[in-house]
Design a protein around this ligand. Structure first.
Ligand SMILES: C[S@@+](CC[C@H](N)C(=O)[O-])C[C@H]1O[C@@H](n2cnc3c(N)ncnc32)[C@H](O)[C@@H]1O
Length: 450
């Protein structure tokens, strides 16, 4: 008997679609944000269903471990992966989306079970969910305070909570883990070559988008409703959708018109285009990425924004000394591939997919990229190293090892950021945590030759 879920993602039923997306994330380690976006685009899912699909997918994924804690007392024996996921999806609605009548949740789940499974599955799903409705879920307060409680109530693996506690202390870790389950804010960066933040704010408002100023970056605007990607403002290339803390590395790069700048890990071009905008599109920006197919994203972004100073090239940036002469660049950005532990709000699957073993591979690539940057920077140039993670070994640890190995290099207090009272500098480095001002977690450091 075929007990596997059907492949087709969209059959007009939002819960069925959410289940298919969740299974795809679990089985193929797909990225939730890309998969959701692709599903909505591919099947032309209408606005009325889009919100619920997003809520169900992210909510169930974000709260996976809490939902399993609720489910566990009601399960006897082993559940197929898709049945467990269907139960998580249903319990998520019962516990968190209280506006949906619980009996409707059970009915929908049973119908999905009938469509997808053999005939004994639907009564099992029905029985479990009805028992949960009857007796309620067990309180999280039954758990003793400590790592296990924080892990279960925020759905972060215990190893991660322990690791963060060692790095940030218990209180900061608990706040961060809770913050990671908050919906991310949507922010845009204003294209300074074409317009001003004031003009963009008023144009967005005229398109029905509510806005407020960014917390720390002058060219950042926070949008509080709607989707700025669907506006004329976006289509005309007046803005880029980018998280506010992702704008910080380019501020620290302190570029000026006429400079020769290298962006070593450039795709999809969020920071490359920011660099060109900051230089008023006057100078040379060399954008490299190891993945050939991603260069088209940088080029499309540059075209939409009307920027012409960017050149793209694929290849391993650790080998750029074969392509460029030593001391060729005024500025180099190493926005390194990283564990992404600062963007869990946008990609909750990261917290389940990463393992401690991943850090070693990443830190060796990061340090090799920095080695190359050191060769290619001019004597009076500036290197900025950034990641979207909160992991010490990839951030402060990386900087410490780099400086220890190269006594001819030194850290630079971050230009354009060091005076900002809202940014907590630590030994001339910046580690933004998601709870600081509601942005992604990010790290920024800058180096120059002594
Ligand atoms: C954090 S992302 C860069 C994001 C980009 N800077 C932005 O703001 O849009 C890291 C990028 O590094 C690229 N990458 C990974 N290893 C690389 C290598 N050895 N050489 C060049 N690019 C690499 C990845 O393909 C990925 O696009």
């Amino acid at each position: 008997m075929n007990n596997r879920p059907k492949k087709k993602i969209w059959n007009g039923n939002v819960r069925d679609a959410a289940l298919s997306i969740l299974m795809e994330i679990n089985n193929n380690q797909a990225y939730s944000n890309l998969l959701l976006h692709r599903t909505i685009e591919k099947y032309g899912i209408e606005a009325k269903d889009r919100g619920l699909l997003t809520e169900l997918t992210y909510g169930t994924l974000q709260h996976r471990m809490t939902l399993d804690y609720y489910l566990e007392p009601f399960v006897r024996g082993k559940l197929d992966g898709w049945v467990r996921e269907l139960l998580r999806l249903s319990i998520y609605q019962i516990v968190y989306l209280t506006k949906i009548p619980p009996h409707a949740v059970v009915h929908e789940a049973v119908e999905i079970a009938k469509r997808r499974g053999h005939k004994r599955i639907a009564p099992t799903v029905n029985g479990i969910l009805r028992s949960i409705l009857r007796s309620g879920v067990r309180p999280l307060d039954d758990l003793q305070d400590g790592v296990t409680k924080t892990a279960i109530e925020t759905s972060h693996p215990e190893w991660l909570i322990k690791r963060w506690t060692a790095q940030f202390g218990e209180e900061e870790t608990t706040i961060m883990a809770h913050e990671n389950n908050q919906p991310p804010v949507m922010t845009v960066r204003v294209n300074a070559v074409k317009t001003t933040p004031e003009e963009v704010a008023s144009l967005l408002e005229s398109e029905g988008i509510e806005v407020r100023k960014g917390e720390v970056v002058p060219e950042c605007i926070v949008t509080t409703n709607g989707n700025p990607a669907n506006t004329e403002v976006y289509k005309k290339g007046l803005v880029t959708i980018q998280d506010e803390s992702s704008m910080l590395p380019v501020l620290a790069l302190d570029v000026a018109p006429g400079m020769k700048v290298l962006d070593m890990c450039a795709a999809p071009g969020g920071k490359t285009t920011h660099i060109a905008e900051k230089m008023n599109d006057d100078g040379e920006v060399f954008a490299h990425d190891i993945h050939d197919h991603k260069l088209a994203l940088i080029e499309a972004n540059a075209k939409r924004l009307g920027l012409t100073s960017i050149q793209t090239k694929s290849g391993d940036s650790r080998k750029l000394t074969d392509l460029y002469a030593p001391a060729s660049f005024d500025r180099i950005l190493v926005d390194a591939p990283c564990s992404g532990l600062g963007v869990i709000r946008r990609k909750p699957e990261i917290k389940y997919n990463k393992t401690e073993a991943d850090f070693a591979g990443l830190t060796s690539i990061q340090s090799e990229l920095l080695e190359t940057a050191r060769e290619l920077i001019k004597p009076d140039g500036l290197i900025v190293y950034s990641t979207c993670t909160v992991e010490h070994s990839e951030n402060k640890g990386m900087v410490d090892r780099f400086l220890e190995k190269h006594p001819d290099m030194e850290k630079v207090p971050l230009p354009q950021l060091k005076e900002n009272k809202k940014l907590a500098m630590d030994d001339d480095m910046l580690q933004v945590l998601p709870q600081h001002f509601g942005s992604d977690g990010f790290f920024v450091a800058a180096f120059r030759k002594k």
